[in-house]
Design a protein around this ligand. Structure first.
Ligand code: ADP
Ligand code: MG
Length: 682
């Protein structure tokens, strides 16, 4: 029997250099190799006539050689080979570089298959460096070919061959770990078929079936693992039992406003968790402006008055600073001491803060990632609150939690995740939802506009500013490169600053700026010294400027809907009627539909659901998916249907055999155990 844990170096075609390249891709064992799935496929099975070929496409043609192969020495070490072929509809000129063996490959008048990228120049077709087969052989063509994610040091063809060798080697010897009853009920392919067909599908149908099985397994094991985590956590973790003498209502009755029903319900849940000796692990979901911060302040009050310290983690300095303001303002009168720890704090100040923290002179420490550093030591950490969770990974959360002795944890997120998805992503957490906004909020008016409306939009902004309001202009992250993003912000602000709004005060912030600079500008904006603030999305999340009434989003089609919703939440925070203007630049039907959703509703949950329906890929959270589990093959967004099936099954298993002790579930238990012991991070 084959051992899947065998080192890849034993696979045919893998020498020492290749081992290194494979390791870089995360492939160490035979198992890693055969579960290294294609990111795409190339259909080299359907030939096209030369006349049908489109410029720039990858195509298969079947054509007769009608020239000798010509070798042209371009310079030393560089030779070009040219061949002309034709079918009954046209002629194609083929070019290769530096492949002298080609000279003996072709017989005049014989038919071959060529697959490669074509270019059309007038009526002429050219093909560059195609792969080819002679008649009746199917080495490179005539089939669907997998494309793997790879690096420069490991060419696609080589990697493909190695994986093919691995898959051939395991033949039909993989052990089936999904129970028969599951395979039957959900109509799943067995494991051997699935692995073979995911790498070498004969057709699209086979690929779909193979993928379904593998996705199903991956999601099921993730679900069962989370279930396991959650029940262990609940049983074994003895946490802090806060005093029931300390009443949240003392603060609640003192607030300048009445809490909403949803806030009160959530606080009840948190209060019960805190008074229970089990550790709290709770996700607090609520739309922007729904009043999560107040909730966390009240929880912090209870913790501090019970004799513990509190840590609040925010994703940016600006947000942390803002939290400090809110916390201090509300808790000062109870004699609770709050401090800020962000990267811009001076060394001397920092030392003092760390000292006081360790002595217990600081009750609540609010900060960014800086809080995670090793030298940040609490005297008695009892409650951890992380804000805007999708920016932090599970690992970071556990790092801060380790600074206390089983502290309670409250994770706050404004990302409206549909409940089905939340159950998966945060399966180890209990979930509370604030599903109503404080009363008397004016609904934000949203408009989506195309290019022709630019001037009207600008006039509208000017009018609002003249009335005393402020505006945000947000441009999209072009790519994961702060340098380039900074440039696009700069170009845009040039235009706004020196031309369109040269009579107003316009400033910009971007990710390349030093935190201190950024904070200064944000502060000026808050203080009303800046009329219009231009930025990329990275920085401004969560800022509270009640006087800002306009949010303009440039190239709104490039944002995920959830992100647009977040951005929109930056306005409408004060007494003024607010507006969100989505400028978009696309003719696609989907783009139009997405803009319409934003126009039609301000309910984050509805937006998230609709987005899931419409969108094809994982752009729900924007480009980055911080804190989400990584899957080898599943895609939470595309595989929503499978996810639902898996969820039903998981509930069934939880009822019938939660510990996976039944004989029929032995395979599942094995997979879950592997997941916990393996390198896979959750
Ligand atoms: P979130 O953190 O969910 O985005 P915040 O807690 O920052 O929302 O609340 C937004 C604003 O609404 C704050 O100024 C806060 O003081 C105020 N607020 C919170 N709850 C209420 C309420 N029940 N009634 C009126 N105003 C509220
Ligand atoms: Mg907030």
């Amino acid at each position: 029997m084959m051992n899947l844990e065998n080192d890849v170096k034993y696979i045919k075609g893998v020498g020492p250099n290749r081992v290194q390249s494979l390791n870089k891709l995360g492939i160490f064992t035979l198992k890693d190799l055969i579960t290294y799935y294609p990111r795409d496929y190339e259909d080299r099975s359907k030939p096209k006539k030369i006349i049908e070929c489109q410029d720039g496409e990858d195509v298969l043609i079947e054509a007769i050689v009608v020239s000798r192969i010509v070798e042209l020495k371009i310079r030393k070490n560089m030779a070009m080979y040219k061949l002309t072929v034709r079918d009954e509809t046209g002629v194609c000129n083929i070019t290769w570089f530096n492949q002298p063996y080609l000279k003996k490959q072709f017989i005049y008048g014989e038919k071959y298959s060529f697959f490669g990228k074509v270019h059309k120049k007038g009526s002429k077709l050219e093909m560059n460096s195609p792969v080819f087969d002679s008649k009746n052989t199917n080495k490179h063509t005539g089939k669907i070919v997998p494309i793997y994610p790879t690096t420069f040091s490991l060419p696609q063809n080589t990697l493909r061959q190695i994986i093919d060798n691995g898959v051939t080697q395991i033949a039909n010897e993989l052990e089936e770990n999904l129970p028969q009853y599951i395979l039957e009920k959900y109509n799943l392919l067995n494991i051997n078929e699935s692995i073979k067909k995911i790498h070498k599908p004969q057709n699209f149908e086979e690929f779909k079936l193979a993928r379904r099985r593998l996705v199903f397994e991956e999601l099921l094991i993730m679900q069962l693992s989370l279930l396991n985590l959650k029940s262990n956590w609940k049983k074994e973790q003895k946490g802090i039992k806060y005093s029931s003498e300390i009443k949240m209502s003392d603060v609640i009755n003192d607030l300048p406003f009445k809490l909403t029903k949803a806030q009160l319900k959530v606080l009840e849940e948190i209060d019960a968790d805190m008074e229970n000796e089990k550790s709290m692990n709770r996700l607090l979901q609520g739309d922007v402006g729904s009043g999560k911060t107040v909730v966390s302040i009240i929880a912090a009050y209870k913790a501090v008055k019970s004799g513990y310290q509190v840590a609040i983690m925010a994703p940016t300095s600006i947000l942390a600073t803002q939290h400090l303001e809110s916390f201090s303002k509300m808790l000062e009168k109870y004699n609770i001491k709050c401090e800020l720890l962000i990267s811009s704090v001076t060394k001397k100040n920092k030392e003092e803060i760390l000292q006081k923290l360790q002595n217990g002179e600081i009750d609540i420490l609010i900060g960014t990632h800086a809080i995670l550093e090793e030298n940040v030591v609490f005297k008695n950490l009892g409650l951890v609150v992380t804000d805007e969770q999708h920016r932090f990974g599970v690992r970071q959360r556990s790092k801060i939690v380790a600074k206390g002795n089983n502290p309670d944890v409250l994770v706050m997120t404004a990302t409206p995740i549909p409940r089905t998805l939340a159950l998966i992503l945060y399966g180890d957490l209990d979930i509370s939802i604030i599903d109503e906004l404080p009363p008397n909020r004016k609904e934000i008016e949203t408009y989506s506009v195309t290019k022709g409306m630019e001037e009207r939009v600008n006039n509208f902004v000017r009018k609002q500013v003249k009335e005393g309001r402020q505006a945000y202009i947000v441009c999209p992250l072009v790519e994961e490169n702060e340098e380039i993003n900074a440039k696009s912000v700069l170009e845009l602000s040039e235009k706004y600053k020196n031309e369109i709004f040269n009579d107003l005060s316009v400033e910009y912030v971007h990710g390349k700026m030093r935190p201190k600079e950024k904070d200064e500008i944000m502060q000026k904006f808050k203080d009303g010294e800046i009329d219009i603030l231009i930025s990329t999305t990275v920085i401004e999340v969560g800022v509270n400027v009640p006087n800002a009434s306009i949010m303009i989003v440039e190239n709104a089609e490039r944002f995920g809907l959830a992100q647009l919703h977040q951005l929109r939440g930056r306005v409408g925070r004060g007494e003024y009627q607010s507006y969100c203007i989505l400028k978009y630049n696309s003719n696609s039907e989907i783009a139009r539909k997405r803009m319409k959703i934003m126009q039609d509703t301000t309910d984050g949950f509805i937006i998230a659901e609709k987005d899931l329906e419409l969108r094809g890929s994982g752009e729900f959270f924007g480009t980055k998916q911080h804190g989400l589990p990584e899957f080898k093959i599943a895609n939470l967004f595309e595989d929503m249907d499978i996810l639902k099936e898996v969820q039903g099954l998981t509930l069934e298993i939880e009822r019938e055999d939660a510990k996976l002790e039944k004989e029929e579930n032995a395979g599942l238990k094995k997979l879950v155990d592997e997941k916990f012991s393996g390198r896979i991070e959750m």
